[in-house]
Design a protein around this ligand. Structure first.
Ligand SMILES: Nc1ncnc2c1ncn2[C@@H]1O[C@H](COP(=O)(O)OP(=O)(O)O)[C@@H](O)[C@H]1O
Ligand SMILES: [Mg+2]
Length: 266
């Protein structure tokens, strides 16, 4: 029997009226790098919040390593502690995640919560700062950093806990190309490929680097599944799910009819 990190069946989640998740089913293998791909509003962030135990579906069921994840389960402090240690979420907007006076404190916060020994915390903060190439930011206020720097600090504050399962919401959104490629390199090398990593993205260019498998989202459901290469070359599917759209134009050298080319939105 395959070893699943998460199994979700028929999840329904409504914020108000319309369903953000509309009967969504999916499974994530232990050690798999999975990409959640889909247009804005297709439900990716909602699923990540559910997988992180921040919100709970109105119906359907979620299993984490064969154990049911429910609001009630989190009232058990042992379960809560273990789950928080094993699963980490990096939010799309680092401003939501960063609230400490310095970058050092930001990285030390999670380990302090988990009551690691002080000397171990200091060592791990320094090692994580170095591995993320942000040692020079140690004493800075997270709120006064650039977008790319904030993002690296937010990722570092989760990675320091060395979670088994890492959830990333649009890790390269709104970054300049250099910060973007730094973060992709980091994600590619992290955990030596043994970690379970679930990344929501609509950056089709980096899919192959960050994922072994993709789930394509549309209107709160998974509508297709495949290897990154297979998904990025399925233009009709990408058009239908609004991940690419054709721009109509003519070429100067003589074609008379306007015609579309697929156009990837980054
Ligand atoms: N906090 C919220 N309150 C109300 N509706 C929300 C909220 N967050 C998301 N939604 C709605 O839920 C749907 C799914 O959103 P989301 O999960 O953020 O999609 P994605 O991450 O793929 O862009 C969208 O229709 C969105 O407008
Ligand atoms: Mg989102």
């Amino acid at each position: 029997m395959p070893d699943f990190a998460f199994q979700a069946r028929n999840l329904v989640y409504r914020y108000n009226q319309a369903a953000a998740l509309d009967g969504l089913s999916m499974a994530v293998h232990k050690g798999e790098r999975l990409a959640l791909v889909g247009a804005n509003g297709s439900g990716k962030s909602t699923l990540l919040r559910i997988l992180d135990g921040l919100i709970f579906p109105q119906s359907g069921e979620l299993m984490f390593f064969q154990e049911p994840v429910t609001e009630r389960r989190f009232q058990d402090s042992g379960f809560n502690f273990q789950f928080r240690r094993r699963v980490g979420l990096v939010f799309q907007n680092p401003d939501v995640q960063l609230f400490n006076p310095t970058v050092f404190d930001e990285l030390a916060f999670g380990p302090l919560q988990l009551r690691w020994p002080k000397s171990e915390i200091r060592d791990r903060v320094e090692a994580t700062l170095a591995s993320m190439d942000i040692t020079h930011l140690r004493d800075r206020s997270p709120h006064r950093l650039s977008g790319g720097e904030k993002k690296r600090v937010a990722i570092a504050s989760v990675m320091i806990l060395d979670p088994e399962v890492l959830l990333l919401d649009e890790p390269t959104a709104a970054l300049d190309p250099r910060s973007e490629s730094q973060i992709i390199d980091l994600l590619v090398s992290w955990g030596g490929g043994r970690k379970t990593v679930i990344t929501a993205t609509h950056d089709l260019d980096s899919l192959e680097e960050i994922a072994d498998r993709c789930l394509l989202f549309e209107s709160g459901r998974v509508v297709a599944e495949g290897a990154p290469l297979q998904i990025v070359h399925d233009v009709p599917l990408l058009e239908r799910t609004r991940l690419v759209h054709p721009h109509h134009h003519t070429h100067p050298e003589g074609e008379s009819q306007p015609h579309p080319h697929p156009h990837v939105h980054r």
